[in-house]
Design a protein around this ligand. Structure first.
Ligand SMILES: [Zn+2]
Length: 257
């Protein structure tokens, strides 16, 4: 039943979002995501399990550490809510359960990478490489199980999005970075397995948003040299594509014909 599925995906999304907050705040500093347990950055007190319930604990504690009353950054619960929203969205748009689950996890990875790149201007290999392998495995497994995921299109998608950005990175080393190239290849892999129009829409939206972001940065007077992080734009384009690519592709093609 659809309602049940959306609720289940939302709840799983909250827990997943809680895990993503840990990733976003530890991986850029090369810290372990397993140990130590979550602690208050202000007083160092270990967060107790019942104070670590996504969103709920934040509300109950009124956004403050139980031990020292330091403010808990609001982006923690926001990240959890955003992840829950993305997962719920995946449950709505993908009727096949396996595809919905893979897409939900994919959208969370994009959110995490986008947040890290926006703040630290890096797309950590420690996330990109394992994600690439994991999703390649999930796509192959899904195809073997007869789920509507295409391995050849995943391969084509990886190249179709990754290679042009690789060329761009060589042409303008200041703009596109190797992290962006790897992210594009990863997006092409997963969205390609859904259908190549998803890759086309993600690339179109990502490059468009990145271009607008670059112009905005120029207008604000930031020099051309300070590299604009393209990762968040590529991630946003891919998220929008996962939800709306069929509708966008249809509208685009009907205009042309
Ligand atoms: Zn504290």
């Amino acid at each position: 039943m659809t309602v049940f599925r959306v609720v289940a995906f939302s709840l799983a999304g909250l827990v997943y979002g809680s895990f993503l907050t840990v990733i976003v705040h530890r991986i850029p500093f090369r810290r372990s995501i397993v140990t130590p347990r979550s602690a208050c950055p202000a007083c160092g007190a270990t967060v107790r399990p019942f104070d670590n319930i996504p969103v709920v604990s934040y509300v109950l504690l009124r956004g403050r550490c139980r031990n020292c009353a330091a403010r808990i950054p609001v982006r923690y619960p926001l990240t959890e809510l955003a992840t829950a929203g993305l997962c719920a969205g995946a449950a709505v748009v993908f009727s096949n359960l396996y595809v919905a689950a893979v897409s939900a996890v994919f959208l969370g990875v994009l959110l995490g990478l986008g947040l890290i790149d926006a703040e630290h201007r890096i797309l950590p290999n420690a996330i990109v490489y394992p994600s690439f392998l994991m999703f390649a495995g999930l796509i192959v497994l899904g195809a073997l199980l007869g789920r509507p995921l295409s391995v050849p299109r995943a391969a084509i998608g990886t190249l179709a999005y990754g290679v042009p950005l690789l060329a761009l990175a060589f042409v303008s080393p200041g703009g596109m970075g190797m992290g962006d190239v790897k992210l594009a290849g990863f997006i092409g892999l997963v969205l390609g397995s859904l259908g190549l129009r998803y890759v086309a829409v993600a690339a179109g939206l990502g490059v468009l948003a990145g271009g607008i972001g670059a112009i905005a940065a120029l207008v604000q007077g930031r020099s051309r040299k300070s590299a604009i992080p393209f990762g968040p734009y590529l991630a946003l384009g891919a998220m929008a594509s996962a939800f709306w690519a069929p509708a966008i592709a249809r509208a685009y093609l009907s205009r042309g014909g």
